[in-house]
Design a protein. Structure first.
Length: 271
């Protein structure tokens, strides 16, 4: 079941999503570049960090959603999924890039998406420290900088891998051996490869500064807000086999359709 919002409802819901971003930013910022305890959710099985800032931000977002839209569902990284009576579901990652956050780096952000039961129709990427915000709704993606200046986003043409700037969050830890081999094969053909961007890299792709992002092991809250941001700017974001990316897993984002097709051809055979 879906409940695609009307244009008027979409505008109201987008304003509410920005309100959620404001609330989360106020909650997170007092902890940034401060001594903060880091907990490992995986224990001895690996390293998946979470901080008080992650949990507190998701708490305030969830509380505000329940107050304003009690029938809506919520899915978040820290507290899982709560099904609502409405098909509309908010998908949130309070701090995407916790590793960057704990290191004092600014390549992190709060991700807020609204899914209509079929796909994400609103996407917010908020970086409260730099006061940057990406907003996607109604077929448009925009960027607001720290001075409040707003601009519409457009990816750049880049049909050739050899001319592409490529990115991934990390070349280790997220890829299996076969996935990593496929990634390095692409990286070896690209003009430049950069690491560590998390969600911030997708914002830069929508702005036309990065051409290709290849990732694996993503969760729905890692990617749903980014899908409309990239797509509304003229890019594509899919699985490695070209399917919908909203459930995460193996994800490829491109600013150029020709480049996307070539990358899918290279990655589609990976098993």
């Amino acid at each position: 079941m879906t409940a695609t919002p009307s244009a008027a409802d979409l505008s109201e819901l987008t304003q509410f999503a920005e309100e959620l971003a404001d609330l989360s930013g106020k909650t997170i910022l007092p902890h940034f570049r401060e001594r903060i305890a880091v907990h490992n959710k995986l224990g001895d099985a690996g390293f998946d960090p979470v901080t008080e800032a992650d949990r507190a931000a998701e708490d305030v977002i969830r509380a505000r959603i329940k107050q304003r839209y009690p029938t809506h569902g919520v899915m978040g990284e820290e507290h899982g999924a709560e099904r609502g009576s409405s098909p509309l579901t908010w998908v949130i990652d309070p701090i995407d890039g916790t590793r960057a956050f704990m290191c004092g780096m600014a390549q992190w952000g709060t991700l807020i998406a609204l899914n209509d039961g079929q796909r994400p129709v609103i996407g917010i990427l908020d970086q409260p420290y730099t006061r940057e915000r990406w907003v996607a709704c109604g077929g448009r993606s925009s960027f607001r900088d720290g001075s409040g200046r707003e601009s519409e986003l457009k990816t750049r043409p880049c049909p050739s891998l050899k001319a592409a700037v490529m990115s991934t969050t990390s070349p280790v830890g997220y890829f299996s051996d076969v996935e990593q081999k496929a990634f390095w094969a692409l990286s070896g053909q690209a003009r430049l490869t950069r690491f560590g961007g998390d969600c911030y890299a997708y914002g830069l792709l929508a702005m036309g500064f990065i051409d290709l992002i290849v990732e694996s092991s993503l969760q729905p809250w890692d990617v749903q807000a980014l899908i409309p941001i990239v797509e509304n700017a003229g890019g594509l974001i899919t699985t490695w086999t070209g399917g919908p990316a909203q459930n995460g897993g193996r994800v490829v984002a491109c600013g150029d359709a020709t480049l996307h097709a070539a990358v899918l051809e290279a990655l589609g055979a990976v098993r």
